[in-house]
Design a protein around this ligand. Structure first.
Ligand code: F6P
Length: 327
């Protein structure tokens, strides 16, 4: 049995994701319920290195559930990637008498955590917070549902104007090197093509489909492309399509950071609340150095390095379904 946890620090790191605030609230309220003092770290690992740490009480997390972004702010810290940076971070934890850490973030956060906890010993637990849904050990990550709904709303609007002008639209969505936002938003919007990094993009087949559609006078088409697709995203695609079909009316839209903002969906609020509560309950019982996730409605724990390394798998049935439905 390790040392009793009396002071816990919470940080959000990497790209923000809608629902992070709900997760901070759940972590803080559960810890406070158990009589554990709660500290917030501003700007992720960078704030930890700089000692930007403050005590939080229950009112600090009131009225934040419905807000996008993160009240703790977030950052991608270059310094934390260095041994000196991590040493400073640990020194700050000791100086503030912090007994345990709760981390909310994506794969950069947990790769950093895996290295940090190899070097220094302190109980820690992670919550998957990323719109990209690119972590193993959970069916959904905090922020994915909201981001994908934002993308769906935007693509529906794009279809209206595409319809009015008889245009082909290419819509680029986020996801870094993962295709989940593209896959889910593309299916939900009835996209004619969905291009994701996990599968090879057959550009010749796409051009042939466009040609076939031109001949059968199908003028309105939506292609959803993940920003990390190996073919090169919306501008490369626009260029290639225009080269082959100079007369075709084509536009490209990059949805960008709107996908990261906005009020979290109900699903994200519930997910964040469940994960935050489960994380503290587990941490106080001695579970540590793992990310907490939900698979098939059950709470599961995955070591940080494994959550990052294995990545979640694209469902092959879904890929086959797209081919059938988009014809
Ligand atoms: O990881 C979340 C994410 O939004 C990715 O989808 C995207 O590639 C990246 O962050 C953008 O990062 P930044 O906001 O630093 O430009």
């Amino acid at each position: 049995m390790g040392k009793e946890i009396k002071k816990i620090a919470i940080l959000t790191s990497g790209g923000d994701a809608p629902g992070m605030n709900a997760a901070v609230r759940a972590l803080a309220r559960t810890a406070l319920y158990h009589g554990v003092a709660v500290y917030g770290v501003r700007r992720g690992y960078q704030g930890l290195i700089e000692g930007d740490i403050f005590q939080m009480n229950t009112t600090d997390v009131a009225n934040i559930m419905q807000r996008g972004g993160t009240i703790l702010k977030t950052a991608r810290s270059k310094e934390f990637r260095t041994p000196e940076g991590r040493k400073k971070a640990f020194a700050q934890l000791q100086q503030h008498g912090i007994d345990a850490l709760a981390l909310i973030g994506g794969d950069g956060t947990f790769s950093g955590a895996a290295t940090f906890f190899n070097e220094f010993t302190i109980p820690a637990i992670g919550l998957p917070g990323t719109i990209d849904k690119d972590l193993a050990g959970t069916d959904f990550t905090i922020g994915f549902d909201t981001a994908v709904n934002t993308a769906v709303e935007a693509i529906d609007k794009i279809r209206d104007t595409a319809e009015a002008h008889d245009r082909l639209f290419i819509v680029e969505v986020m996801g870094r090197d993962a295709g989940y936002i593209a896959l889910h938003s593309g299916i939900a919007c009835g996209a004619e093509e969905i291009l994701i990094p996990e599968t090879k993009t057959d550009i010749e087949a796409i051009l042939q489909n466009i040609d076939r559609d031109n001949r059968r006078k199908k003028t309105v088409r939506i292609i959803v492309v993940a920003e990390g697709d190996e073919f090169g995203g919306s501008s490369a695609l626009l260029h290639t399509i225009k080269e082959r079909f100079p007369e075709l009316d084509v536009r490209a839209t990059v949805l960008g950071h709107i996908q990261r903002g906005g009020a979290p969906s109900c699903a994200d609020r519930v997910l964040s609340s469940r994960l935050g509560y489960a994380a503290i309950e587990a941490l106080l019982k001695g579970t540590s150095q793992v990310m907490v996730g939900i698979i098939n409605d059950e709470i599961v724990f995955t070591p940080f390095a494994q959550a990052v390394k294995e990545n979640s798998k694209i469902n092959n049935d879904m890929l086959q379904m797209i081919k059938v439905l988009s014809a």
